[in-house]
Design a protein around this ligand. Structure first.
Ligand SMILES: Cc1cc2nc3c(=O)[nH]c(=O)nc-3n(C[C@H](O)[C@H](O)[C@H](O)COP(=O)(O)O)c2cc1C
Length: 218
């Protein structure tokens, strides 16, 4: 049995992204955004309302940063999503967070968050159903303590939080459940010869091997 719940934005988990840009007088504008994702290996898309103070600053400055919130900074992260800089101009100061200027783009890097993407505004998408800003990720900053010897971010050290938009909760990110791109290998092997491989762009998708085309074997 299943229950009909009607139309819902039923994607879970959502990230807890903290978007920041410089305002007109050099203030730091920042907001919480869950509706964001990666659209190309170096592009991030944020579905953010055009009238948010932070959005206006992104459009003015053509640069912004996007940080991933962690458990330690859950309270200020939530505050940035509850209060608008349009009404409370010193909102960022009140959050208790701190920022320094990015070395790569004209935008603030919030010091407290463990991972930050430094972005240039690449595109603004306005359609009947969507307003979105697209950022070109020119650099990622990560706290030394979460970067492993292999040079990759180890999220088990970052204590990131995620947004549950069913219950409006922040959850901690749980344990690793499997290895992406490997967990399905045995199943794929058992169906060898039955697949119809379609060509995909291996350059634009993580973890995809070049496809040999329809009827190809691996
Ligand atoms: C958990 C959470 C997620 C949110 N996600 C988004 C989002 O994806 N897009 C958006 O436009 N607003 C989102 N908001 C609302 C903005 O963060 C909020 O309106 C904020 O006050 C805007 O600030 P600003 O006007 O200072 O830029 C979210 C708020 C919370 C608490």
């Amino acid at each position: 049995m299943k229950t009909d719940l009607g139309p819902l934005p039923a994607i879970c988990p959502m990230p807890v992204l903290i978007v920041a840009a410089y305002g007109g007088n050099g203030t730091v504008d920042a907001m919480n955004a869950a509706w964001g994702t990666i659209s190309q290996m170096d592009k991030i898309v944020l579905m953010i309302d055009e009238d948010h103070k932070t959005t206006q600053s992104i459009l003015d400055r053509k640069a912004f940063t996007v940080s991933l919130a962690d458990r330690k900074n859950l309270v200020p992260a939530d505050y940035l999503g509850m209060v608008s800089g349009n009404r409370v101009p010193d909102k960022f100061v009140r959050s208790g967070l701190h920022a320094v200027r990015s070395e790569h783009v004209n935008a603030p890097v919030i010091s407290e968050f463990p991972i930050t993407m430094e972005c240039e505004l690449a595109e603004v998408v306005r359609t009947q159903t969507m307003f979105a800003v697209v950022g070109k990720i020119v650099n990622v900053l990560a706290d030394d303590r979460i970067v492993g010897e292999n040079g990759k971010i180890d999220i088990s050290e970052a204590d990131l939080i995620l947004f549950d938009q069913f219950g409006w909760n922040y959850n901690a990110i749980g344990e690793k459940a499997g290895k992406a791109g490997q967990a399905g290998k045995e199943l794929r092997r058992s169906h060898r010869g039955q697949e119809c491989w379609h060509r995909v762009s291996s350059a634009s998708r993580p973890g995809t091997d070049p496809s040999p085309g329809c009827g190809g074997r691996r």
